[in-house]
Each structure stands twice: as structure tokens, then as C-alpha cells.
Design a protein around this ligand. Structure first.
Ligand code: S3P
Length: 439
């Protein structure tokens, strides 16, 4: 029987050093394709993340009537028709929750019928959090198999703006409603309990729309008038802090290392992990801070550090929700316990990330306590020497591979192919820094 695909990270045994460039931000890359398709005229994108998730969204943009061309590495042109058309076939969003949820919101605003589907992991993820508010606005959804799960067919058009109070801080929900609200009658108002990433609000403005934002408690209230058209523009995609986290984590835990990742986006709604690492005692420095494409970016250097466990403030969860797996991997090397609570949303990502991290870390000899909405990682010697299940989740795979670089024994991960959804070239980049990760 052929053996299952896997990758193995071997203890580095020597410092990791060097300077690399972060791949393009996944959130902004998805949005550039979707906004480009909705807009009138040409959108030129540079620095696009050419990961599988984004390629699925690019194909969806084409299926909805836009012309999508690849001009060179990371350079893409989207020519929009000023609206979306009914696609000829099912829109397959692959593994991408952001892709499908934002596209459902965008499609709901136009008089189109479109069926959305995804891979086995995406078919397990809840969709009503987005279709619920879109239904309130007037869109209709037909579930093919099971309510709340893909595949689903949307019939859009004739929407009315809503006043929506979000119960979870989720940029995906907020963005889907805003994209639908662009083509709804009247005003759409969203109140978020806590601030979530604001790339949609920023990009709406860059494409010529007006969006009002005012602080309310810990969150904010966002207001958008319907009937606003988007005009194509240029988008410069900054480096993804969620991807930069992996080489930087390796720099922190492999003795003697110094790793620099250039061009990392420093939007404060995305840098919760960096704040947390610094509180844990990490030698993490930012140089060459500058503006690029409407975002602050900088070059981030991580040097090997004696980390200490902390209680991560729950209010920080939204600004680092995708980073808890790699935080947990680094926490395994800290002195004392790292407490991560208020992160129930981790259970509905590409996998149940709490459960997968708990099992993976335990298999590597780390003491971990699991809670319903969180987990606690006790620092100490990390044995490794395990083969870890990833449930085809890119961040679970990369987190355990980074752990393996500083463990006593090699760590293998099963089904690592999904790394290509967000970080194509991960293995090659880590090798350039001196890491040994191979199949
Ligand atoms: C994203 C929002 C987050 C994040 C995802 C990307 C986005 O999801 O986990 O990887 O681009 O808006 P939620 O909004 O559901 O928390």
C-alpha cells in the first residue's frame, strides 16, 4: 500500500539565519480578486498570494464574469464588468472559508443564481453565520445536503440594508454583509463586539466607496450606504503576518537563530501574536517601518529567546485568531504555562484547531490541558518523535513542522499538501534559513 504523504522536520542542530520575504497577505489577496470582479474597469494587483485558496477565488471571479489575467509573478489584472453575472457552473471555493463567505455576500447583491461548494473541510464549516444576515437582507439560500453546510445555492438581488449586531467578532461575516450592502437599498449598519480585521473597509474606500466607522465600546459600528459603485484601482498586497509567523517562530525557538522576514503587514488588528510574543520575552524587533498600499509594513526580526508562559488576554483573540496554533508550538518551549482562552472560534476553522493542537502537542510529549473554548500549554522539554495528524489544515501542519525544528526528535506531519493554500514555497523558504524539512 502506498504510504500517506507526509513531511518531516528534523531538529535543526544549528542556528537558523537569513532574510526572507513574507508571501502576500491571504485576506487582502482574496479581497483584491472579489472587489476587482465587482468593480468597473481594471484592477492591477501586485504581490498577490498565489496560494490554492486565492487561485480558487480568482477562478470564481472569472466565473462571475470578470476577466482575470496573470501578468507575472504575483502580478494580476482583473477587469470587472461593474457587477457579477450568473456563473455557468458550480463555484468551487476549495478550502477557502474567506473566499466562499465573501463571495456569497458579493453575489447576494446581484440578481444572480450561484451554487457554492468546497472541499471536504469547507463542507464541514458553518455557513449560516453569513447566510443568516444575508437572508434578512432578502437573499434566498437553498441547502443541497444539510442546512448550514455547503453546497448551497444563492439567489440574489433586491436586497435591503440591515442593522446587524454581530455576536462573534468575525471579519468574514462583516465583509459578506458589507459587500451585499453595497447593492442593497438604504443603509447597512454593522456593530461588532470587538474589532476584527478591517481590510474590507479599507479596500472599499480604495475602490471609491464611502464607509463610516465609529468606535462603540471595545468594537465599532460600520455604516455603508447602498447603491455605491466600485471603480477598479491598483492593489499592492503586503506580506502576510499570519505566514511570517512560521519562520519567525522558528527563529525564536531554535538556539542561536536570527531570522528576518521583510515586508510584513503591521495592521494592529493582525499583530496580536507579535504583542504576545514580546510579552513572553521574545527578542522580536521591527525595522524599516513604512507605508505600502494603505497599510503599515516593516521588516521583523526574531532572535532565539528564553520565552516565559503568560495568560494571553482574551480581548486579543480576534487580532491573532489564526496564530494560536503557532503560538502554542512556541509556548511548548517557554518556561511555565501559556493560557489561551476565549478562542472557541478556533474549533470552526479549517479544522478543530484546539483539538488538533492538543493532540499533536501531546504526541510530541508536551503537557496540554484542553478546555471548551481554549487550552493551556505547559512549557518544558519537547520530545518530538511523533507523526501528527493535521486534518488537512495548513496551519496545523506548519506549526508542528516548526516545533520539530527545536524538538529533541524529528516531527512528521500527515497530509501536508494544504500548506500550499496559504504558503506555497514554505518548505523551500525554511530550507533557505537552514531548516531541514523533507518528505
Ligand atoms: C479572515 C478572517 C478570519 C480568519 C481568516 C481570514 C478574513 O476569519 O480566520 O483566516 O480574511 O476576513 P473570521 O472572520 O471568521 O474570524
Amino acid at each position: 500500500m502506498p504510504s500517506a504523504p507526509q513531511l518531516t522536520a528534523r531538529p535543526a542542530g544549528r542556528p537558523l539565519t537569513g532574510t526572507v520575504r513574507a508571501p502576500g497577505d491571504k485576506s487582502i489577496s482574496h479581497r483584491s480578486m472579489i472587489f476587482g470582479a465587482m468593480a468597473t474597469g481594471v484592477t492591477e494587483v501586485e504581490g498577490l498570494l498565489e496560494g490554492d485558496d486565492i487561485l480558487a477565488t480568482a477562478r470564481a471571479a472569472e466565473a462571475f464574469g470578470a476577466t482575470v489575467e496573470r501578468l507575472g509573478e504575483g502580478r494580476w489584472r482583473v477587469t470587472g464588468q461593474g457587477g457579477l453575472k450568473t456563473p455557468a457552473s458550480v463555484i468551487d471555493c476549495g478550502n477557502a472559508g474567506t473566499g466562499v463567505r465573501l463571495l456569497m455576500g458579493a453575489a447576494a447583491g446581484y440578481p444572480v443564481t450561484a451554487t457554492f461548494d468546497g472541499d471536504a473541510s469547507l463542507r464541514k464549516r458553518p455557513m449560516k453565520r453569513v447566510t443568516g444576515p444575508l437572508t434578512e437582507m432578502g437573499a434566498r439560500f437553498d441547502w443541497a445536503a444539510e442546512e448550514d453546510r455547503l453546497p448551497v445555492t444563492v439567489q440574489g438581488g433586491d436586497l435591503k440594508g440591515i442593522d446587524y449586531l454581530q455576536t462573534v467578532a468575525s471579519a468574514q461575516i462583516k465583509s459578506a454583509i458589507l459587500l451585499a450592502g453595497l447593492n442593497a437599498s438604504g443603509e447597512t449598519v454593522i456593530t461588532e463586539p470587538e474589532k476584527s480585521r478591517d481590510h474590507t473597509e479599507r479596500m472599499l474606500r480604495a475602490f471609491g466607496a464611502e464607509v463610516g466607522v465609529e468606535p462603540v465600546g471595545e468594537g465599532w459600528k460600520i455604516t455603508l450606504n447602498g447603491g455605491q459603485a466600485l471603480t477598479g484601482t491598483t492593489v499592492s498586497v503586503p506580506g502576510d503576518p499570519s505566514s511570517a509567523a512560521f519562520p519567525l517562530a522558528a527563529g525564536l525557538i531554535v538556539p542561536g537563530s536570527s531570522v528576518t522576514v521583510e515586508g510584513v503587514m503591521l495592521n494592529p488588528l493582525r499583530t496580536g501574536l507579535f504583542d504576545t510574543w514580546i510579552e513572553m520575552g521574545a527578542d522580536l524587533t521591527i525595522a524599516n517601518e513604512r507605508e505600502s498600499g494603505g497599510e503599515r509594513i516593516g521588516d521583523v526580526t526574531a532572535r532565539h529567546s528564553a520565552l516565559k508562559g503568560i495568560v494571553v488576554p482574551e480581548s486579543r483573540a480576534a487580532s491573532m485568531i489564526d496564530e494560536y496554533p503557532i503560538l502554542a508550538a512556541t509556548a511548548a518551549f517557554a518556561e511555565g504555562a501559556t493560557v489561551m482562552r476565549g478562542v472557541g472560534e478556533m474549533r470552526v476553522k479549517e479544522s478543530d484547531r484546539i483539538s488538533l493542537m492538543v493532540n499533536g502537542l501531546r504526541a510530541c510529549g508536551v503537557r496540554v490541558e484542553e478546555e471548551a473554548e481554549g487550552f493551556i500549554v505547559a512549557g518544558g522539554p519537547v520530545k518530538g518523535g511523533a507523526t501528527v495528524a493535521t486534518a488537512h489544515d495548513h496551519r496545523i501542519a506548519m506549526s508542528h513542522l516548526v516545533l520539530g525544528l527545536a524538538a529533541e526528535q524529528p516531527v512528521s506531519v500527515l497530509d501536508p499538501e494544504m500548506i500550499a493554500t496559504s504558503f506555497p514555497g514554505f518548505v523551500e523558504m525554511m530550507s533557505r534559513l537552514g531548516a531541514e524539512i523533507a518528505g
